[in-house]
Design a binder for this molecule. Sequence first.
Ligand code: NG6
Ligand code: CA
Length: 509
Amino acid sequence: MRNGYFLLFVGFFLLSKTRAIAQQKPNIVLIYADDLGYGDISCNGATKIRTPNIDRLAHQGLRFTNAHTSSSTCTPSRYSLLTGEYAWRKTGTGIAPGNAALLIPTDHITLPGVLQKAGYKTGVVGKWHLGLGPKGGPDWNGEIKPGPLEIGFTYSFLLPATGDRVPCVYVENHRIVNLDLKDPIQVSYKEPIGSDPTGKDHPELLKMLFSHGHDQTIINGVSRIGYMSGGKSARWIDEEMADVLTSKVNRFIEDSKSGPFFVYFSTHDIHVPRMPHSRFAGKSEMGPRGDAILQLDWCVGEVMKTLTKLNLVNNTMVIISSDNGPVVDDGYKDDAVEKLNGHKPAGPLRGGKYSAFDAGTRIPFIVYWPGKVKPSTTDALVSQVDLLASLAALTGQRLSQTEAPDSFNTLDTFLGKSKKGRAYVIEHAINNTLSLIKENWKYIEPHQGPALMQEVAVETGNASEPQLYNLKTDLGETRNLARQQPELVAELAALLKAVRKKEGYKPTN
Ligand code: NG6
Ligand code: CA
């Protein structure tokens, strides 16, 4: 009898111990939208569209109003997110073609790698856009590696590049899904390949016309960037993509429910081509761009349903964000411009995707973790590049001084325990212009180049003079105060230089 009590006691002790450990290693779900602007969700002020699932997480979690991605385009943002190092430190990390080789070196420390070391199952589902395969590009018809599985993920289900770039097939772990080897895939970003029609020569075959670029091989009635032939049985159907990706995320969560797990759900929405499922088509009255926002919100709801069903909500940290700011016409005539109806994708911010102005990089950011993160809104300055060091700290992983050099531990700010945030953030724009935000001030370094990207109607932020804006009194960056405040300009330029040279730029925490 006594022995029985003793065993019971030991049992309880072990159970509570495992619980305590489990609390430090919550499951982590990172829902990373594509091109979703600060103002595209109703919790950030949108009135022409409703995003109830995202809003619920924002209201019951921590909503950031001053969170930044490190670049205003996809590939460099994602590179920095996954490596904790600014992409602009490495050449060849601009918007990647669909047949690029893996951009992240396999010996590099990565966010999934750190979590894998901490005992997590790590999955990525959705848009990749960081290259695959060795130098020279991947063997599409064979084993596609190195890729996510070689840099810290235990499972991957990918769009190799973007929805608008060939090859338009899913890659699960090392292989293309449903590929018939009797109909091998060929991909080219130079010469036309195979006999599939192109949008340029056969616009009459298109479901949706291109407005600029995007006039090469037609897949599922949409012409893309790049040429592709073969792989007919493996080609995706855009209208089913959100369902396919969401079901893969949910399956991964189910399979990993004993935890801990990390899933990087990299949605295709709301990038072009915007071709939502018929359940959403026409529902926003803003055309496919608005419908894609509704579809994205639905994806969030479905993942939350799975977490609820599996009783995982209280032990899961859900983060929602976007890789860069918004763009309205990004290459297809999808009525986004005509049906905007007064909606402001960037909210009160200036610029957009590609831009050095704040709409390029100030993005939606929500952290939801019931019981651990109190419902609130914060204007603390944070950056996605810090997720690596912060989640390493959360899960008890140590980084050396040289690992993830641009990622600082701001965990307490991500969890709402501190308002301190970052001392400064660095933002990168399309033509490698860098900007720096410190406290209320934004400095954009002088840069030659057009002030407007005509085809997408986005102000780049390029100017031959330095620019200085007070984001507290002038969030829309309308009054350049550089001439009035030369000392401040010099101070911020010097800080930017130090970060570039990696000299004395790191906090000691
Ligand atoms: C641009 C494409 C744009 C989009 C972007 C990448 C043209 C004319 N424009 O080059 O449509 O694909 O690259 O977007 O081809 S991102 O979100 O992945 O950075
Ligand atoms: Ca993007």
